[in-house]
Design a protein around this ligand. Structure first.
Ligand code: DAH
Length: 341
């Protein structure tokens, strides 16, 4: 008898259970009425009377030890086995209050720009982000030693022949003119890359929308009217527009387009550097050299082009003053655009 008690106690001490099935196995063996301990109690009647009391005490201790171990096994089996414990999750409970995502402000503004131009007959064109030197620079009349070709501005992937990340969406102009006969009337939104240190005012990845209109008799008046229309649609009827002479290798003449400051409405503030005007785009009449580089006869066709930064337009619409906010994915920033769709 004593041997049996000792060996059962040893079994209890060494017992383990990692799931419900093993727990049940333990329960049947040591706890239930038909357990080995239960069977031992049955044998108690065969024990000589003078030993009964001592054995009774030992048997009760054994029963107690089996119970304590059982409780321990229940706790450890539930904590080590997450699949088992997840069976106790109430799947009929309504879901926790999750927050739905919202449109990124840059996407919202991109869609708005596309919509404004689509309504006046422009379609949307696309081009590669990884480009060669010819489509990004040479075809667009950049002189051989132009500073934009230098290492500090351009991310080169390979040299000789040069493969690079496009520095502007103007590369899509080149590709469109090469593959399509005029009339061409397209806008080209996309990502562009420049080797700039990231700060509130500069980023190495940003977005532009390029515009191109090539046909017979396209003049500077068409350029002015188109961008005038865009500014009023995008920023409101009260917005004033001005054209400032400028220089780009691919347009002649070239103009930068300013609108009246959306923050101070002309009174002067930090954003407009107290001038009352902020720049929104570069533009001009497509240089005849660019047309002939791309197989279009400059004697027959003329055209205008423009390029604007989507971050810039978004800054003016939503007063976002730090470019880094667009890419940090801070929900406190993104949440503020929840109502956009
Ligand atoms: N590509 C110019 C830039 O990245 C923007 C630009 C200016 C595009 C004038 C044009 C244009 O098409 O006509 O700064």
């Amino acid at each position: 008898m004593q041997d049996k008690v000792d060996s059962i106690l040893a079994e209890i001490t060494n017992a383990s259970a990692v799931n419900q099935a093993e727990l049940e196995e333990y329960r049947l063996k040591f706890i239930s009425k038909k357990s080995v301990i239960g069977a031992l109690f049955q044998e108690l009647k065969n024990i000589p009377n003078e030993q009964k009391k001592d054995f009774g005490i030992k048997m009760n201790e054994l029963k107690q030890a089996a119970q304590v171990k059982f409780q321990e096994l229940i706790v450890s089996a539930n904590s080590t086995n997450s699949v088992e414990s997840s069976e106790h999750v109430d799947l009929t409970l309504p879901p926790a209050d999750g927050e739905p995502g919202s449109m990124h402000p840059l996407n919202y503004v991109r869609y708005q720009i596309i919509e404004v131009f689509e309504r006046i007959g422009f379609n949307v064109a696309d081009g590669p982000e990884i480009e060669d030197d010819w489509h990004n620079f040479t075809a667009l009349n950049f002189p051989e030693n132009h500073p934009a070709r230098e290492m500090q501005d351009t991310f080169f992937i390979e040299r000789d022949p040069d493969i690079l990340l496009r520095t502007h969406t103007s590369n899509v102009q080149t590709r469109l003119m090469l593959k399509q006969k005029p009339p061409i009337r397209s806008i080209m939104p996309g990502r562009v890359f420049r080797n700039e240190a990231i700060s509130a005012r500069a980023h190495c990845v940003f977005h532009q929308v390029e515009g191109l209109y090539i046909d017979k008799n396209v003049s500077f008046v068409d350029l002015k009217q188109t961008l005038y229309h865009f500014a009023k649609e995008m920023f409101g009827k009260e917005t004033k527009v001005r054209y400032r002479p400028s220089y780009f290798p691919f347009t002649e003449p070239s103009a930068e387009i300013d609108i009246s400051c959306q923050i101070c409405h002309g009174d002067g503030c930090q954003l407009c550097k107290y001038t009352g005007w902020v720049e929104i785009a570069g533009s001009g009449m497509v240089d005849p050299n660019v047309l002939s580089n791309c197989g279009i006869d400059p004697e027959e066709y003329t055209g205008f082009a423009f390029g604007m930064g989507i971050e810039r337009i978004t800054q003016l619409k939503f007063r976002v003053n730090d470019l880094r906010l667009y890419t940090e994915n801070d929900v406190r920033f993104l949440k503020q655009f929840r109502t956009l769709h």
